[in-house]
Design a protein around this ligand. Sequence first.
Ligand code: KMH
Ligand code: ZN
Length: 274
Amino acid sequence: MEKLIITAAICGAEVTKEQNPSVPYTVREIGIEAEKSFLAGASVIHLHVREDNGKPTQDLKRFQACFDEIKKRCPDVIIQPSTGGAIGMSNEERLQPIFMKPTPEMATLDCGTMNFGGDEIFINTENTIIHFAKEMNSHGIKPELECFDKGMIDTVLRLYKKGYIKEPMHFNFVLGVNGGIAATPRDLIYMVNSIPNKSTYTVCALGRHEFPMVTMAIVLGGHARVGFEDNVYLSKGVLAKSNSELVEKVVRISKELGRDIASPYEARKILNLD
Ligand code: KMH
Ligand code: ZN
C-alpha cells in the first residue's frame, strides 16, 4: 500500500479558543502549529487564517503572511489554502488565497451546497464550482475536491466529463457534518466506491468520529486528515494541547497497522503535484 499522507487542518474557520485555547489565531501561532504538525508527520497543511481576534478572513495579505511564516519554518510542507473560507463570505473573498505567491500547489474546491447546521447554508452553486475550478486550472493549482455527501461526487464526475475537472482527481471526504453524509463505515465505503479508480482520497470526520474514520482510511488505502478544524480532543474529555498531538496519534495508529507515513516529497508524487 502506498504511504499515508497526513493533512493537518490546524485552525479552520469555526472552532474557537473557547473550545480549545490552543486553536491558533495569530500569524505566529499558525506558523508554530503548522511546524509542530509537520514535525509530527503531516505533509500537508490545510490552511484557514484568522484575524488576531479569531475572526475568519480570506484577506490576501493575511493569507500571504501565514503562508510565508509556514514556509519559513518548514519549507518542504505542502500548503493547501481553503477556498471554502467561512459561511457567508463572497466567492471573490473566498478565492483570494489562490493569488498568493508562490502560487499554492493545491487548494480546496467545495463541490456542492449544503446545510451546515442551524440556519447556516454553505453555498457552492454549480456555476461557483465551475468558476473556482477554472481559476485553479488556469493557475496550475490542484483542487482537493471537498465532498460532504455522495451527490457532490456525482457533481464532480459530471464536471469532469465537461472538462472542468481533470484526472487524476484527489478527493477529501468530509464526514459527519450536520446536513452531510454520516461518519459511518457504511457511508465511507459508499463514498470510496463512488470515485474513479485512478483517484486518491483523504478522509476527515468531525469530533469523536475523527479517529475511527481516519483509521478506516488507513486500512482502505486512503489518506488521513486530522486537526482542530474537525476535532479538538485527543481522546474522550482530553483536549489536545496542539494539532501535533492529533497528528502523532494518527502516526501511531498507522505504524501499528503497518503503513508508513509519506514525507512531503512522497506526498507530492502520490498526489501528482510535480
Ligand atoms: N469552513 C467551511 C464553511 C474548505 O476549507 O474548503 C468550509 C470549509 C471547507 O472549511
Ligand atoms: Zn477547511
